[in-house]
Design a protein around this ligand. Structure first.
Ligand code: PBE
Length: 270
């Protein structure tokens, strides 16, 4: 109801995910920058932990404030959720997901580089894989492989002018979130069609940037910018090749169930 003190009801706590996520870094900044969040905490755990807290809250129609993002199946499962307005812009606006490679990949593996450069898809493509995996209980990687077989028209565009190879090894560095399991799974399947031997290594965001910069890993499809991973991007941008966006229209922020009668981070109380 309107009289409910949501801040007290959630114990002045934002329910978050892994501390190493970009969205967790932004949440630390929000806690510092908003007067309405003075004295608040964030509980960083895991995406599974967050979803289980969200399930319980929505089942009981209790207030909850989570770190949320798109693309993700949480909005397919719970369409009645909203982003809180963020007048200070701590969480940015529209985000894109970029492809980055190590320096030298272009010369060493020109065909893989060209494929990575031409890989681009839509929010709906990524979501269709995540939602199907969520509903069926199958692994995202399995659904991603199937998606590649069923969307060969799109895949052929990414492969245009790319020549096949004979078992060259390539390592994609990724992060543990479902969005990145989907993109890495798709590109892995396409590279395998081209004859590559592909490893996908999920790591923390910091390690992902570091390993592309020092050349331990070949490429990543998982850089959320201009804001989510900006601290890491700024640190390493001179030591990596930036191939531009592979998806546009991502978003991060604080999210609440629609039954909560607030619209802005500034509607909360210290
Ligand atoms: N995410 C999903 C990640 C990137 C992909 C928004 C949870 C993050 O670093 O915040």
């Amino acid at each position: 109801s309107n009289d409910m003190n949501y801040s007290e009801a959630v114990d002045y706590t934002i329910t978050g995910i892994e501390p190493g996520a970009g969205i967790s870094v932004s949440t630390e900044k929000a806690l510092e920058e908003y007067d309405s969040l003075k004295g608040w905490n964030a509980m960083f755990s895991s995406t599974a932990g967050l979803i289980s807290e969200l399930d319980t809250a929505i089942e009981n129609e209790e207030p909850i404030i989570i770190t949320g993002w798109n693309p993700h199946w949480m909005f397919a499962k719970y369409p009645d959720m909203k982003y809180l307005e963020d007048p200070k812009g701590v969480y940015g606006e529209t985000e894109m997901i970029k492809t980055l490679t190590r320096k030298g990949l272009k010369d060493d593996m020109p065909n893989a580089y060209k494929l990575l450069d031409q890989f681009h898809w839509e929010v709906e493509d990524m979501e269709s894989i995540m939602n199907e995996a969520q509903v069926s209980g199958e692994e995202i990687e399995t659904i991603a492989e199937k998606w590649v077989k069923e969307n060969q028209d799109k895949v052929e565009e990414w492969k245009e002018g790319v020549e096949e190879v004979d078992g060259e090894s390539i390592e994609l560095i990724s992060t543990p979130w479902d969005s990145e399991r989907a993109s890495s799974g798709v590109v892995k399947a396409v590279l395998e069609q081209l004859g590559y031997d592909v490893t996908v290594t999920p790591v923390d965001v910091a390690i992902m940037f570091e390993s592309i910069a020092n050349g331990d890993g070949d490429a990543t499809l998982a850089a959320w910018l201009p804001l989510t991973h900006n601290d890491f991007y700024e640190k390493y941008k001179d030591e990596i090749d930036d191939l531009g966006e592979n998806l546009n229209g991502a978003k991060i922020g604080l999210v609440v169930p629609a039954y909560m009668d607030i619209n802005s981070i500034e509607d909360l109380q210290p």
